[in-house]
Design a protein. Sequence first.
Length: 404
Amino acid sequence: MKPTPRGLALVGGGAILIVAGFAFGYPELAVVGAAALLAAAWAVGDAAWQPRLSVARSVEPDRVARGEPCAQTLVVRNASRLRAATLIAQDACGGAPVPVPLIRLRPARDTTVTYPVPTGRRGVVCVGPLSVTRRDPLGLLGSSRTHGGTARVWVHPRTHPLAAVPVGIARSLDGRVDRVPHGNITFDALREYVIGDELRRVHWRTTARVGELMVREYVDTSLPRIVVLLDDREAAFPQPDGFEEACEAAASVLVAALREDLAAELLMLSASSAIGTGDHQSVGPSGARRVDAAPLLDRLAEARLHPGAAQPEPDTGADTTGALEQAIDRLRQYRLGDTLVYLTGAARAGDLATVGALRPRYPTIVAGVFGDPAGVPATVEGLRVLAVPDAAGFAAAWDGIGRW
């Protein structure tokens, strides 16, 4: 409970009247002061009563693209048996309060409130909890309590359709891409047996150890794989809107790759590891593999610019903090794919040259530079540079490359 300014003034004035009444022999003043203190005591007792509320929360859908509609539904029930509740309630939605009217909510009754969740910006919107504030009728004391849990809404970047998808030097076993003479099947992991698996793939030693049938999981390492390297250094994007455009371009490339059943990886300079489609596969009833793109788009929704990184070298324009170099070292050590897409807002020749040095490991390298195209090198050895103002321009330039 927290006293209001009116309550503090009433208590202070009542105490002064009681002291003045006894000191100067005016019992009337003491009576008025005692009445003020009794009113404050009654306010404490009234504010101490808290209604029993149960709150059910649902968000539909919990993952949307930027600008798509999303609704939050609250069902508030008065679990008290005796008193109706008239309360001032506010629900937190992305840091902004949303009023929730609870006027004479009778015992064992509920009310439903629905309001839209703002999806105009990419990110993760936290919704809840419901905050209920009570005041006594005189407005002397106020108490606040939270009810119910919270929910999260992932606002994914918008995607732009890409007609062309690079295939690198590899080929898929179905023959769609034919640029190497052989495929390559490699052991990947062990998993539990699923009806329909071939018994010749059972790993009997592990099965004997864990007590369940375990089978070998293989992957075709010759399948075309796309790696998206997103620059999330604050100094790389003088305008924050440029980073939003880069996230949209990354989402567009990933969605296009999944549409063509190609494996894709997402790596950010601030992250210690990549997240890929191979990490989020499920087996359908028919035994077919299904790839879930939500984790990749969730990572893009959570992406933020990291301050204090990427101070350029005056002479070379390279990153002196090593964030880019560390990412390049990981890509050089662990060959994640055969097509690399580097998205940044800085047209520093040193950074572009560092990425272009991966050409022996990645046959196809594309650099998307967002913002003012002035000052962007037209050609950099080892990669193709697409200097574009926004994600829509990136999609147009991407499809304009033609044959990969």
